[in-house]
Design a protein around this ligand. Structure first.
Ligand code: SAH
Length: 225
């Protein structure tokens, strides 16, 4: 069974979006993974099909109503669905390559995209949603975050990128940022490719790359060391 993603959103037109192109798009067309969207608004029951309401306690913005979202989740993820249920949220655990690998190794994911000020706390708890953040900044909705999460997962799926995605030298795969890359021409605006890379000595090249990776990580992301 290939990886199955179901995205709950008020804007299904945003999917597959960028994931319909390039290697992820080819993988989608080839059935290496699948993507369905569920329109949350279809689970509203009042005359105006409302999905949000004012925050209890007052304040700016609107909050996604719990019962509407709960019905959408129950529809998309009936009992027996083993897929993790994720809620894109700036309050969530920051996404890491490790978590991406775990998710890619599993059956798929149900991904809830928030909007407005967020979703009612009770549905997060009642439906056991794992909050996932893609970084310390605020988006206007969970959809771009879901696209980021899925992009990171899909490139690891068998057959989507070939060997390219499994490289151990990729940033974060060994707790380091990746070494710099070069390609022809040998002279670019007076700057040559480092000698070691054209030496043909694979031992020396590997050593140089490891050193560069460590240097770069110490300089830019000492928190990773
Ligand atoms: N009031 C909230 C932010 C709401 S932003 C707060 O201060 O925490 C609206 C929606 O965008 C969120 O419900 C979430 O689904 C999505 N979103 C915003 N920033 C995000 C981030 N960094 N990572 C993941 N999802 C995010």
């Amino acid at each position: 069974m290939s990886f199955r993603a179901t995205v709950l959103t008020l804007y299904p037109e945003m999917f597959p979006g960028a994931l319909g192109l390039s290697l992820s798009g080819r993988g989608l067309a080839d059935g290496r993974w699948s993507l369905d969207t569920v329109q949350i608004r279809d689970f509203a029951t009042d005359r105006h099909r409302s999905v949000d309401d004012t925050p209890a306690g007052g304040g700016a913005g609107m909050v996604l109503k719990p019962e509407v979202l709960a019905r959408a989740i129950d529809h998309a993820s009936p009992p027996g669905d083993e897929r993790p249920r994720l809620l894109m949220s700036p309050r969530g655990r920051p996404l890491t390559q490790n978590r991406v690998r775990e998710l890619a190794a599993g059956p798929g994911a149900l991904i809830v995209c928030g909007r407005f000020e967020g979703v009612d706390q009770r549905v997060i708890e009642a439906r056991n949603l794992e909050e996932v953040s893609i970084g310390d900044y605020i988006l206007s909705g969970g959809e771009p975050a879901a696209l980021v999460l899925l992009d990171a997962i899909v490139r690891l799926l068998p057959g989507v990128m070939g060997n390219a995605a499994s490289g151990e030298e990729e940033s974060f795969e060994n707790g380091l940022l990746e070494h710099p890359h070069y390609t022809r021409p040998q002279d670019f605006e007076g700057v040559p490719i480092p000698d070691v890379l054209i030496s043909g000595n694979h031992g020396k090249i590997a050593k140089w790359r490891r050193e560069q990776a460590k240097l770069l990580t110490r300089e830019r992301r000492p928190d990773l060391l």
